[in-house]
Ligand binder design. Structure first.
Ligand code: NAP
Length: 513
């Protein structure tokens, strides 16, 4: 790809994909299949795989069926388990990259530091002091890639080893040691059962109890795998079936479907009641909010692990850190040799820390400064023409097949690029009014959802507003099927045009759901 600044090339647009995780990989394959093959991928690390490369903690696995965690164009008959391990998923991605010759277009160890739009093309600067020019940028940096560390007084005073689950220190031997883990989300639920088997004592620091459902996980028999290889329809069918079940059970329970909600409540409470006998521990582990408000934990090993003789669940809040360990609000010092932060991710970082400048010259931090994530259909932003935030704000995350979502968004982006190639629009930028209408409509849609019933979770921003899709998957698929050009600027877009468009009163072109 040239680094010379030239006029936009509609016939063979230069496309930069940022990131070679799950979303970046499928984007390359799908763009090429659509005849858009002038692509490079800029990857900050030396290896592809995104979150499955970054996270290597003990117990890492997909907590949903692997057959839903496969690309539509590369179904995998060889998954060895219902819920495959992180290593197996990473291996699958590497195989896909080989099969579809993706490595040849990845620039490894080259992080994007800045991207700006000049009205025609994107200038993308990297850690190699290079500037690439491209017509289109697909930002596939993932949602959960910036580890979030707890804000605790004197955190740095602790003299033992301390690390985040996404930066697992495999060089530290935990055998027989006193280990503390802060956090009880889906990651901790996978780590804790492994740690209790290895460490001397495990202190689990729980700020908020989590609802948990048992997971259904088992190894596939050799015969099953052979049959999958022989009859590929079985693999596709299994993926479709599991997706259907998820979409019509847990997912619906979160968005106001009464029967599904009752079932979720029933199964979550039943799992807790059946698994935990000690009333004090049960009280500690019983959340004070409805199941599903935080992302459901899926684990059959968590409750037994929390009841292991070498495990204690600490629910007093953390007030301070000392050289030897963690001090809780009751004044007690919990001495630990090693501290693990299972405290999640800054999921609202999106493309950041990259410096992203739009057509008005404004930085994305300024546009999203109040934690209001203005965007159109999750992937487009009015100030950032020809730039697509994959798995962006309000994507239907959490309970759907994330691979399916990425593919649907990529198909939508491809349709937009095709329209741009055919000259139907000067550049791909939603109207600011359409963007506002989208965000307002989604905000109104939250009224019946679980996320407004009072809990704190990574789906909810610092203003208390949920940033997820509040309707069904089929509604989302319907809306993502075909771009509505009424919602896009069609004429040439200069900074002046952009400003004057945005001084106009907002109009709603969004249909009511
Ligand atoms: P998370 O769900 O955001 O959980 C973070 C945990 O850290 C929470 O328990 C939180 O408590 C706690 N915490 C944060 N700051 C704290 C502090 N100062 N003191 C005490 N506790 C603190 O993060 P995660 O477990 O890494 O999971 C993130 C998401 O990754 C999941 O929801 C899921 O979507 C995805 N994931 C998926 C899989 C899979 O297999 N598919 C596996 C792992 C993760 P509060 O609840 O009080 O905030």
């Amino acid at each position: 790809m040239s680094t010379n600044k030239t006029k936009a090339n509609r016939e063979n647009p230069r496309i930069i994909v940022i990131g070679s995780g799950m979303t970046g990989l499928q984007a390359v394959v799908k763009l090429r299949q659509a005849g858009l093959d002038n692509i490079i991928v800029l990857e900050k690390d030396k290896r592809l795989g995104g979150t499955w490369r970054e996270n290597s903690y003990p117990g890492i696995a997909c907590d949903v069926p692997s057959h839903t965690y496969s690309f539509s164009f590369a179904p995998n008959p060889s998954w060895t388990r219902m819920n495959s391990s992180g290593a197996e998923i990473l291996e699958y991605f590497e195989q896909v990259a080989d099969t579809f010759d993706i490595n040849s277009v990845i620039h490894f160890n080259e992080a994007v530091t800045q991207a700006s739009f000049d009205g025609e093309t994107w200038q993308v600067k990297t850690s190699h002091d290079k500037t690439y020019i491209a017509e289109m940028v697909l930002c596939a940096t993932g949602m959960l890639h910036q580890p979030k560390y707890p804000k605790i007084k004197n955190l740095d005073k602790f003299k033992g080893d301390a690390f985040h689950t996404a930066r697992w220190r495999h060089d530290i031997d935990l055998k027989g040691k006193r280990v503390g883990i802060i956090g009880t989300g889906s990651t901790a639920a996978q780590v804790i059962p492994k740690l209790v088997k290895e460490v001397g004592h495990l202190s689990v620091f729980q700020r908020t109890a989590q609802w948990c459902l048992p997971s259904i996980d088992f190894a596939y028999s050799k015969r099953n795998i052979q049959l999958n290889r022989k009859y590929p329809w079985r693999v596709k069918f299994a993926g479709k079936l599991y997706n259907f079940i998820m979409a019509h059970t847990i997912s619906k329970s979160l968005i106001g479907f009464r029967f599904q909600k009752l079932m979720l409540d029933y199964f979550a409470k039943r799992h807790l009641n059946k698994s935990v006998k000690d009333p004090d521990l049960k009280a500690k582990l019983t959340p004070d909010y409805d199941p599903g408000c935080k992302r459901m934990v899926l684990s059959s090993d968590l409750y037994p692990a929390l009841q292991a003789p070498n495990c204690s669940v600490v629910t007093e809040g953390i007030s301070d850190m000392k050289e030897k360990g963690v001090v809780t609000e009751d004044g007690k010092l919990h001495e630990v040799d090693v501290l693990v932060y299972s405290t999640g991710f800054d999921n609202f970082a999106y493309m950041r820390p990259m410096d992203l400048y739009g057509i008005s010259g404004r930085h994305v931090n300024e546009i999203w400064k109040d934690n209001t994530f203005d965007c159109y259909k999750s992937v487009c932003m009015s100030e950032f023409p020809n730039f697509f935030v994959m798995l962006g704000p309000y994507s239907p995350i959490g309970t759907f097949s994330i691979i399916g979502l990425s593919e649907t968004q990529t198909d939508y982006v491809i349709k937009l690029i095709k329209k741009w190639q055919q000259g139907e629009m000067a550049c791909i930028a939603p109207k600011a009014s359409a963007e506002k209408a989208f965000v307002n409509r989604v905000a109104k849609g939250m009224d019946n959802t679980i996320w407004t019933t009072g809990c704190n979770s990574w789906y909810i921003n610092s203003n208390g507003d949920p940033v997820v899709w509040p309707w069904t998957l089929s509604q989302w698929n319907k809306e993502m099927k075909e771009p509505d050009l009424n919602d896009f600027e069609l004429g040439p877009l200069t900074v002046q045009d952009w400003r004057s468009c945005n001084e106009a009163p907002a109009q709603t072109t969004e249909p009511a759901v």
